[in-house]
Ligand binder design. Structure first.
Ligand code: PEP
Ligand code: MG
Length: 755
């Protein structure tokens, strides 16, 4: 007969004793299922463990035939146990034999039983196994009993994740959470990195599972919830708090979940079952994670992620682990793992120790990816569930070339990558040997190769790559990493330093391009439906003339006595460009009035990244000194596909005919007006795409520093005219059964070009 109320707690106490006894692994498991069965008055208690071949293997049983242990297996989805293993949902049935999925296993003798209660054994949302009790009579298990089972499952999950059970695992069938995994994502920044996991948002490790005093634990939960709710409310209510709309949205959704009674009640139930407050939070978090892993609806997944983040917050409050919220001391070869990350957060890490980042989300043209490339940090994005699969200190290999991550790699994979890394080193040495050679094709077309940059640290690469200069200095990066608006003096310092490092090489400073996904945390802006098309960049600068004036002043001062190139971003109409030029002219007059030295020459250019400009190039070009194509934004707007949204960012080929024709239209206009044209979007740094751009007549390409070597190597091996002719033919004649990409791929292969 089942014990009455209080049995979950008694069970937990008994389990704790069993855990402390000096027993062998199998003995301990046998004892655990005995304890559960006796405590619950069940005829059967069985524990199945999920192997990596998707079979659930019977590891221990009370009540079924002992011969079945390590013999009986069920496929995921097969029988009720298999179904629980597949969907991670508990089942409580009064007569299992009537269930359509009942799978009979003669070796176990289980047909004598009717009542069935099966619960998933989860850790960090991942399925580890299934725990089952059965009774011969027909009955539904009580709430207390299901609670006791869920609690036992939490304990078993913890045990399984230790090394104690390794001896029970047959060679070749790897069951534990620590197994090697390969996760396919998308390469954001090229290169290979071998290192150790550092979780950007580290999980709190719960070590104390069993409560000594339930009331005390409930009170702890209560206090922690109160303090967490108050801190969220505080941040949201502080009128002086300059938080961005994205940050506010996240906090709003945290607040909603923090007050969710259902969530609180589930944690309380877990504690009443005998767990400590933190173990209770973790158990409920496990269920959330399991749902998250199963969920394909993006919106619901997002909300579950919020709930997961909130559980982490609560765990930190409970364990007073707030110190871990700050940035940790990085090990050498640190590889940061995170669900998402803004560029400013990435920049906060010590670059000398950081070798890669892996994100669950993001897109190639998102700014965090751009910053990773400009810092030469290997990056992979869209690596599904990576943050919940790894622990701090895990070995990891990040392959930014293939967009693959190998977590806890086995020795073979590691050896292969060590070899690959050596090859990469050789490649880098090859690129380094090209650094002083001008980028001239075999048929004598000279291409200017320039860097995209934005910080002092990435300016240093100019010397290493031998690039002709900086084609795009993203001045907003300084604003994004600062905790407050950088004053004039700091801006002058940065620009002067950049000019000093560039020496005689050219450098083009782009005016502030904030907004969209470039969040400046201390500048509050109203929530926008479409931030990429909202109050950003030049629009913001024109509305905040003080900001614009200060930056122009800083640039004029930093570039005194030499050429200053200023690039205006996100120009939508020529008139906007003229407004900026007027501000620059006014600032020059002011400098002169104050007796300050001016740059020897000032060139002002416009970025072509808003499609409407394509239809007034004849009006714009006479006004400008140079232009630069921002293909990241231009393609985003031409194809109406958000560059930061991984679902759509890569849906359309940027060098397909419509886009290439748009680029060619700009090339022709620049030629007609004899205006210098540079391509500074990410396309310029990708060899095949760069080939398409050169084919249509672009000869100034600005890219992340790590792309200079590969692109130069391609240029040096290239006869441009023949392939340019073919591309231009397709462009003017239209219909063809081969895409530009296919044409170039074939050409690269047939000519054996180094890509
Ligand atoms: C672009 O849009 O292509 C560009 C170079 O600017 P950013 O990526 O900084 O928006
Ligand atoms: Mg842009």
């Amino acid at each position: 007969m089942p014990l009455t109320s209080g049995s979950p707690r008694i069970l937990l106490k008994q389990l704790r004793q069993t855990l402390a006894e000096p027993l062998g692994s199998q003995e301990r498991l046998d004892k655990i299922v005995d304890v559960i069965a006796l405590n619950m008055g069940a005829n059967v208690c069985s524990f199945y463990v999920l192997r990596d071949d998707s079979e659930l293997e019977l590891f221990a049983t009370h009540g079924l035939k002992r011969e079945a242990i390590h013999v009986t297996t069920l496929r995921l989805g097969e029988g009720l146990v298999g179904i629980i293993g597949a969907d991670a949902k508990m089942r409580n049935l009064d007569d299992v034999t009537k269930h359509p999925s009942f799978a009979y296993r003669p070796e176990t003798g289980e047909d004598r039983f009717n009542a069935f209660l099966g619960v998933p054994v989860l850790r960090a949302g991942q399925m580890l196994g299934v725990l089952v009790v059965q009774n011969s009579e027909k009955r539904i298990y009580t709430e207390d009993e299901t609670e006791a089972m869920l609690t036992s499952a939490t304990i078993l999950a913890e045990m399984l994740s230790t090394s104690e059970f390794e001896s029970l695992i047959k060679p070749g069938s790897d069951i534990d959470l620590r197994r090697s995994r390969t996760i396919e994502g998308v390469g954001f920044s090229q290169g290979i990195a071998i290192g150790q996991v550092v979780l950007h948002d580290p999980r709190v490790v719960v070590t104390n599972f069993v409560a000594d005093d339930i009331d005390f634990e409930l009170e702890r939960l209560n206090r922690a919830l109160r303090s967490m709710r108050m801190s969220i409310d505080d941040i949201l209510n502080r009128s002086d708090m300059q938080i961005s709309s994205t940050h506010r949205d996240i906090l709003e959704s945290y607040r909603m979940f923090a007050h969710d009674r259902g969530w609180e009640k589930r944690i309380q139930e877990a504690i009443k079952g005998g767990l400590t407050a933190e173990a209770g939070v973790e158990r409920v978090q496990n269920d959330t994670r399991a749902r998250m892993l199963r969920q394909s609806d993006v919106y619901i997944r997002e909300r579950l992620h919020d709930l997961d983040d909130l559980a982490n917050r609560l765990l930190r409050t409970l364990t007073d682990n707030s110190a871990s919220l700050g940035l940790v001391e990085l090990p050498q070869n640190a590889i940061i793992i995170s669900r998402t990350m803004g560029p400013a957060e990435l920049l906060e890490y010590d670059k000398s120790k950081l070798s890669a980042i892996v994100l669950e989300e993001g897109a190639t043209t998102a700014h965090v990816a751009i910053v990773a490339r400009s810092l030469g940090i290997v990056a992979v994005g869209q690596a599904d569930s990576i943050a919940s699969l790894c622990e701090n200190g895990d070995n990891i290999i990040v392959d930014g070339n293939e967009g693959v991550v190998h977590l806890r790699p086995n020795a073979d994979v590691e050896a292969t990558y060590i070899e690959k890394l050596e090859l990469t080193t050789q490649k880098l040495a090859r690129y380094a040997s090209l650094k002083d050679r001008p980028a001239i094709t075999k048929d004598d077309h000279r291409i200017e190769l320039l860097h995209n940059s934005g910080l002092v640290v990435d300016m240093q690469a100019l010397e290493e790559t031998g690039a002709n200069g900086v084609g795009l200095f993203r001045t907003e990066l300084q604003f994004m990493i600062a905790s407050k608006l950088p004053p004039l003096k700091e801006q002058v310092e940065l620009y002067s330093k950049a000019i000093e490092i560039a020496q005689e090489k050219e450098i083009t400073f782009r005016l502030l391009d904030i907004g969209g996904d470039k969040v400046v945390p201390y500048m509050r802006s109203a929530a926008e439906e479409n931030p990429a098309m909202g109050w950003r960049s030049l629009r913001l600068a024109l509305d905040r003339p003080g900001l614009l004036r200060t930056q122009i002043r800083a640039l004029l001062q930093a570039a005194k006595g030499r050429t200053l190139k200023i690039l205006v971003p996100m120009v939508s109409e020529t008139v906007e460009f003229k407004l900026v030029r007027a501000v620059i002219e006014k600032e020059c007059l002011r400098q002169t009035r104050l007796g300050l030295e001016l740059p020897s020459l000032i060139k002002i250019g416009a970025m072509i990244e808003v499609p409407s400009l394509l239809f007034e190039l004849d009006i714009l070009l006479p006004e400008v000194d140079f232009i630069s194509i921002g293909s990241n934004d231009l393609v985003q707007f031409l194809t109406a596909s958000d560059r930061a949204n991984p679902r759509v960012a890569n849906n359309y080929d940027p060098i397909a005919l419509p886009r290439l024709r748009a680029f060619k239209h700009i090339v022709d206009a620049a030629k007609k007006h004899d205006i210098e044209l540079t391509m500074c979007g990410e396309l310029a740094g990708q060899p095949l795409e760069a080939l398409a751009l050169m084919a249509i007549g672009m000869n100034r390409l600005s890219m992340g520093p790590s792309s200079i070597g590969p692109i130069k190597e391609l240029i040096l091996a290239l006869d441009l005219d023949p392939i340019a002719k073919q591309v231009l033919d397709i462009l003017s004649n239209g219909a063809t059964d081969i895409t530009i990409r296919e044409l170039l791929t074939n050409h690269i292969e047939s000519q054996n070009l180094p890509i």
